[in-house]
Design a protein around this ligand. Structure first.
Ligand code: NAD
Ligand code: TYD
Length: 369
């Protein structure tokens, strides 16, 4: 039985990974460590009960004593490190927590792993899988792709903090022989994504008849990866990834922001046209594209991200399977069917930030560290 410590397992990707692993590897013991910040939500894990195969621990990745006792008592073999502050806009208005969690927290995780897995020779079966982002590479022009050799050039406090954590992971492999693998993936979408990120925010606002805030001219491009494809890629990187290596993970699905927003509007318009009850709830004359509102651009907004993921495709036999058009339809359906999940979030503390967001970033506080 592998004992896998999953940090940030109550967040968006982490909870999808726990659900995926329960199905794909039911013999593993999963220990989730999560601080339950605004982004962590135990409802995401509601179908999974504490027992031999699963344990939830509320705690901070900066708490070395807690990590030390978890490594010792649970005899951890594998770490999958998701825990992070993850939203670029929040890193602009308040960068401090990004430094504390993404840099100091990753450092504390590495120190705990180093203490309990001393040296490559003793580390058979051990892995520290660090989940990172393509944003560490900076911004692309209209052509070209990020490869694993692309120099780091982070532009936001978020991406700079993730870049710093990637460098620490790299250094722990080279200096201490820690068996670490880093994955850098593109923008994820799917169930349980917190409604501050583009896709869930647009779905929920389009469903509830609120403005759809498009930053700048809406021409920025992201590569989109369905979260289940990402979970399979992490599983593949755990099985086939080599310590000291990094692997880019992408969906081969580049889209302009404005095209995504229009696609979400047309999917919801279609649903409203075919289901009178649905339309009656939020009646709208004409298309939901009328809700689109161009707002002040994000400062330092990266123009384009695109991933070359040939390395993980050939090294681990992984390939993204979800097609963006069907993936986004399934995602809209999930938010329609799981209204109580996001309504609870929207009615809480998050609302304050949400209100400011659709009025445009210019109205956000300048500093909030
Ligand atoms: P998320 O914000 O949805 O979840 C983060 C989780 O980490 C939450 O459950 C939160 O409670 C927990 N957490 C935060 N600080 C913590 C701390 N100090 N100690 C313990 N737990 C803490 O994030 P996500 O979108 O699921 O992203 C997960 C990882 O994937 C992050 O490392 C992120 O940088 C990376 N990533 C995300 C995307 C994306 O599109 N979402 C893309 C590339 C990489
Ligand atoms: P986001 O989901 O915040 O992810 P990231 O910044 O990590 O790529 O944003 C995706 C893209 O959508 C990015 O170019 C910013 C843009 N965006 C908007 O235009 N409006 C919004 O309300 C949000 C949240 C994002």
């Amino acid at each position: 039985m592998r004992k896998i410590l999953i940090t940030g397992g109550a967040g968006f990707i982490g909870s999808n990974f726990v659900i995926y692993m329960k199905g794909a590897h039911p013999g593993d013991r999963l220990i989730v460590l999560d601080k339950l910040t605004y982004a962590g939500n135990l409802e995401n894990l509601k179908g999974i009960k504490d027992g031999e195969g699963f344990r939830f621990v509320k705690g901070d990745i900066n708490d070395f004593e807690l990590l030390d006792s978890l490594f010792q008592k649970e005899k951890i073999d594998i770490v999958v490190h998701f825990a992070a502050e993850s939203h670029v806009d929040r890193s602009i208005s308040g960068p401090r927590s990004f430094i504390e969690t993404n840099i100091n927290g990753t450092f504390t995780m590495l120190e705990a792993a180093r203490r309990h897995w001393p040296g490559v020779a003793d580390a058979a079966g051990k892995r520290f899988l660090h989940v990172s982002t393509d944003e560490v590479y900076g911004s692309l022009g209209p052509t070209g792709y990020f490869t694993e050799e692309t120099p780091y050039s982070p532009n936001s406090p978020y991406s700079a903090s993730k870049a710093a954590s990637d460098h620490l992971v790299r250094a722990y492999f080279h200096t201490y022989g820690l068996p670490a693998v880093t994955t850098n993936c593109s923008n994820n979408y799917g169930p349980y994504q917190f409604p501050e990120k583009l896709i869930p925010l647009m779905i929920i606002n389009a469903l509830t008849g609120k403005p759809l805030p498009v930053y700048g001219d809406g021409q920025n491009v992201r590569d989109w990866l369905h979260v289940e494809d990402h979970c399979r890629a992490i599983d593949a990187a755990l099985e086939k990834g080599r310590p000291g290596e990094t692997y880019n993970i992408g969906g081969r699905s580049e889209r302009k922001n404005i095209d995504i927003v229009k696609l979400i509007c047309s999917i919801i318009d279609e649903k409203a046209a075919s289901d009178k009850g649905f339309a009656g709830e939020y009646p709208l004359d004409g298309s939901r594209t009328s809700l689109i509102k161009y707002v002040t651009d994000r400062p330092g907004h990266d123009k384009r991200y695109a991933i070359d993921c040939k390395k993980i495709e050939s090294a681990a036999g992984w390939k993204a399977e979800e097609n963006f058009e069907s993936g986004i339809r399934k995602t809209v359906d999930w938010y329609v069917e799981n209204r109580s999940w996001w309504e609870r979030i929207m009615s809480g503390e998050y609302m304050d930030y949400y209100d400011r967001q659709y009025k445009g970033l210019a109205k956000m506080p300048k500093t909030q560290s």
